[in-house]
Design a binder for this molecule. Sequence first.
Ligand code: ATP
Ligand code: MG
Length: 737
Amino acid sequence: AAAPAAQYLSGLNPEQRDAVETLDGPVLVLAGAGTGKTKVLTSRIAHILSMGRARPGEILSVTFTNKAAREMKHRLGIMLGQAVEGMPWLGTFHSIGGRILRTHAELVQLKSNFTVLDTDDQIRLLKQLLQADNIDDKRWPARMLANLIDGWKNRGLTPSQVPSGEAAVFGNGKGGKLYAAYQDRLKTLNAADFGDLLLECIRLFREHPDVLKQYQQRFKYILVDEYQDTNVAQYLWLRLLSQAPGQRVLPEADAPSADSKPTAPLKNICCVGDDDQSIYGWRGAEVDNILRFEHDFPGAKVVRLERNYRSTGHILAAASHLIAHNEGRLGKTLRTEDVDGEKVTVTGSWDSEEEARAIGEEIEQLQREGNKLNDIAILVRASFQMREFEDRFVTLGLPYRVIGGPRFYERAEIRDALAYLRVINSPADDLAFERIVNVPKRGLGDATVQMLHDHARRRRIPLSEAARQVVETDEMKPKARGSLRDLMMSFERWRTQSEVMPHTELAEVVLDESGYTDMWQKDRSADAAGRLENLKELVRSMEEFENLQGFLEHISLVMDREGGADEDAVSVMTLHSAKGLEFDNVFLPGWEEGLFPHQRALDDQGRAGLEEERRLAHVGITRARRRAKLYFATNRRIHGTWNTTMPSRFLDELPAANVEITESKGGSGWGGAGGYGASRFDNVESFGSSYSTPGWQRAQANRSRGGGQGGSGFSEGQSPFGGSSSSRNKRPMTIEG
Ligand code: ATP
Ligand code: MG
């Protein structure tokens, strides 16, 4: 009889089995989506353990997210039953780096109970340093410096290693010096930022070879998922750990380069990844790490997996065809033995609201047909897109959860904006008042707030009433007093305006006059633009309500519904956080030029940005097991203004044979039949025909010819939208303008 150990092996195909059973020396599994790479890693751990090759604590397994680590633990538990004691080191680079760092904190001038700073703390600290150095925070925002420092840390650069040219881009040449001062300050505060969890760990290993050796000896097996998205710091960290114990440590400045020679026989490291799923280039990931694996780990066994177990035929064909438009790729064959299944659908809607409505109805339909909400996901390109779905789901009473980030109305900038509106609506809302009294900064710090609290408690009045009273006394320093008085006068004014002004307009006025929008506009950090987008989206979402009161009530409902972890619910997340996951039904809204591919990628000169977007599209489609549903709206509000949008070029790049164009069920939209569209837009007729003709397809073809986007491989006849070519010339409006 087969040993129990064989059970997890018998379910694998020969190539997977090879990757699982090759326990000595480096192994790279380079294979497409859904081919079982993650399954190979989990089975490999099970195999190592049941062969007695290592104890759990001698295995290091790195996943991309904490969620993935939990999932792997769960599956491992199932595979092995209760047989194993203890667990492997299973987590993200940062969680494992942090764990090691805590054990040896004193060697890097920290204590083991060091705090990990979040972004806000980080910024506050940097601001202090800028102030101390008399650097104008307006001209040189702390957030910009924070981003630079993160970037350096992602590349494994300590202050002394930052190239002087790069350090010079901030604060008239003071960037490097500030970075060093920041690191010093962190040590004084017994704190580390997120990047330090790896960078300081690398420094620890380099400066204390004995410590490194200890971990090299401990970890007999190293496993890494999503290897295509490792950045330089992660790569260096892995290289250090994967050398045979006691070998010469890489010299300090040895960043990976094509000619850096491995210094020692390398251990049992197994990395799995897919170059077509590298989507974190913008955060410093280097897809080259995977392309260079055989060079870095000589004698590596490279395993390719070609059978996709996840998706049906049409879905896999569509995804493969799409990604074939990228030039910089290794290329691979993928096949499925599954049925063809349903075609990938593409649905056009009049606008994003209709899109959300259509998707809501389809989800209800799927539910009626017996599908679990847990098997349904909506994957968006940009987080602001989530808002419309969240609102729709609340209206429909459909449970949902947002994965990998806060729900729309829980985002910091949205909460801030809502706090202003809540104070206007209800002056006694102390929580809201406290949240924004000093946001943006107006010199009303903790001392002021404390004083207001004391005053309010003594008189049993709300904070804002206390504020109104206190500004009439001389309890406060003149400057703070002036500032608080201004704020209270603004609130008075806004409250008066709220009686006469539409609430959306009021919101704009408030965000503007309070200096809140301005605060983010001056902010040069990478996420500032996204926050401004979210604020615009917030104002837009208010349009659907009659007045401020009604809107705020709706918000409290949205915030209130807090589903449990095991509730049956639709998952909503960005494409980036969907990596590695799979769902029966995947909805992919917003496939429009400027949104997806994102405008930033289009503005980019080279192809790199566009190719990363295409990989993201490929990741999106390959999350689907049975149904992949793509959407585009012809009108979308981006950055607060309505845009007539063009369907994404990625839709053009899908193979006709695997795609079905369907009509939006969400309303009249381009169909031109129902009342909703007609009442709102008087141009429905012409709009309707513009969609049903393949006009945009032709526009796309023209553009891609002009843009030199070679190799699309479609003649018009082949294109999935070429069917109604008779009406091609009747196209009534030009989207391109
Ligand atoms: P991604 O690139 O998206 O991360 P992956 O290569 O890691 O995908 P897995 O998530 O490991 O793929 O596997 C995809 C699906 O296929 C899972 O549901 C997995 O259980 C299943 N699967 C993998 N290998 C086999 C197999 N040999 N037999 C049956 N099912 C399999
Ligand atoms: Mg995987």
